[in-house]
Design a protein around this ligand. Structure first.
Ligand code: FES
Ligand SMILES: [Fe+2]
Length: 425
């Protein structure tokens, strides 16, 4: 993807190589204009990816499911977070609930499908232990005869949950980091004030289009790409036509609170600059005809333009594979009207395709001896060093334990394939 530097207002120092990398990058001190990237093995090494699963994806707030995709009690989605599978549903009161997708009897996966619906309970397909939509064990064959069993002790393991921007965010850690600081704080850091993103009313928008991209690249390459615009003039002709300042290589977000202005002859955020839709309610003159973007580490990008919000969720599947789900969100009346969204969707779809092709072009080189010590960041990319430092700090940290989890055998976080085999009694 493109463009979105979460940029510093003050220069960032080059990150020092940590001890694990010092051998890789020994003696590589260069001119101040060029600071080091992570060494290539950070993009290829299965053990480093396992550490990221445990200490990043299973430890921070992870944007899992769009709330509107759970449109009624019993509707569910399964999602992979790190090494875990999680089922997200709504209880009878319509409140979102999330559980580890593991039966408390002998561990069978409850839901195999990526999405589905049950009427009032989740039933394990193995021995038919049955849980209500709050995770409580409510029935099991012969359970009534086991008079010493306190069924309240054998409910599904809950996963902590928050809702923001119309999405359900989950955290597997026993002691989650502050949602306000680590998630909402990203909007404050980028936009200067969370009130700015509130003006777009993201939670009240309707899904106009969703495209899922299966990208053969490490998730960090995709984040790094989104954080800089050095590549915009080279690979994004349509986007730089709409946002001419991107052609200068400094992403719009180089300064806190700055949005990239549309070109003078541009009517809307569309593939050919033709008119889009009316600005969303709440968009005043200062936000009109501007593009803002922010990264919520580790896996979410939010793009804000007057008539739509484009939100990317990444699901890292392996060191060299990442599924990206991109949602185009519009005013509900625009979607309900059946308006032609194609010119609007096509702009960022092309940007996505251009960006992901660049990431896939880069991934094979990560295992080359030429990239053993990594590459370099030019000044307009220096803020990516702060992201690298964030990754280093997380993978070198001692995880605050992962919710009840034994390290699983499955390799990552993705919308699971399959649907719940659970039947509703
Ligand atoms: S594993 Fe036996 S009921 Fe689920
Ligand atoms: Fe890009």
């Amino acid at each position: 993807m493109t463009t979105t530097p979460t940029t510093p207002t003050t220069p960032l120092s080059p990150h020092p190589p940590d001890s694990a990398d010092s051998a890789d990058s020994a003696g590589s001190a260069g001119p101040p204009s060029l600071i080091a990237t992570l060494p290539g093995r950070h993009y290829t090494d299965p053990e480093l990816f396992r550490q990221e699963q445990e200490r990043i994806f299973e430890s921070v707030w992870f944007c899992a499911v769009r709330g509107a995709d759970l449109d009624k009690p019993g509707a569910f989605r399964t999602v992979r977070i790190g090494r875990e599978s999680v089922v997200v549903t709504r209880n009878r009161a319509g409140e979102p609930r999330a559980f580890l997708n593991v039966c408390r009897h002998r561990g069978a996966r409850l839901c195999l499908e990526s999405a589905g619906e049950v009427r009032r309970s989740l039933q394990c397909p193995y021995h038919a232990w049955t849980y209500d939509l709050d995770g409580k064990l409510i029935a099991a064959p012969n359970l009534a005869q086991l008079t010493d069993v306190d069924r309240t002790q054998y409910g599904l393991r809950p996963v902590r949950l928050r809702e923001w921007l119309g999405y359900v965010w989950l955290c597997l850690a026993d002691e989650p980091p502050s949602f306000e600081e680590t998630v909402i704080g990203a909007a404050v850091e980028r936009l200067g004030d969370v009130a700015v993103i509130d003006r777009y009313g993201v939670a009240g928008l309707a899904l106009g289009r969703r495209i899922s991209y299966d990208v053969q690249a490490n998730w960090k390459l995709i984040v790094e790409n989104f954080m800089e615009c050095y590549h915009c003039a080279t690979i994004h002709p349509e986007l730089t036509d709409v946002l001419p300042e991107f052609a200068d290589g400094l992403a719009a977000q180089y300064y806190v609170g700055h949005g990239a202005a549309f070109g003078d002859d541009i009517k809307g955020f569309t593939v050919d600059g033709s008119a889009g839709f009316a600005p969303l309610d709440g968009i005043g003159a200062e936000l009109d005809r501007r593009y803002y973007a922010l990264t919520v580490k580790p896996t979410v990008f939010v793009n804000l333009v007057p008539d739509q919000v484009i939100l990317h969720r990444m699901f890292p599947l392996g060191p060299d594979r990442t599924v990206v789900e991109c949602d185009w969100l519009y005013a509900p009346e625009v979607v309900a009207s059946g308006a032609d969204l194609s010119g609007s969707v096509e702009l960022f779809h092309r940007v996505n395709a251009q960006d992901f092709a660049a990431c896939e072009r880069t991934q094979p080189a990560m295992s080359s001896r030429a990239y053993r010590d990594g590459g370099v960041l030019v000044p307009s990319e220096h803020h990516i060093g702060a992201f690298h430092q964030w990754v280093r700090e997380h993978i070198s940290s001692v995880p605050k334990s992962v919710a009840n989890s034994e390290p699983g055998s499955e390799p990552s976080s993705v919308p699971s394939s399959g649907a719940c085999t659970s039947a509703s009694p």
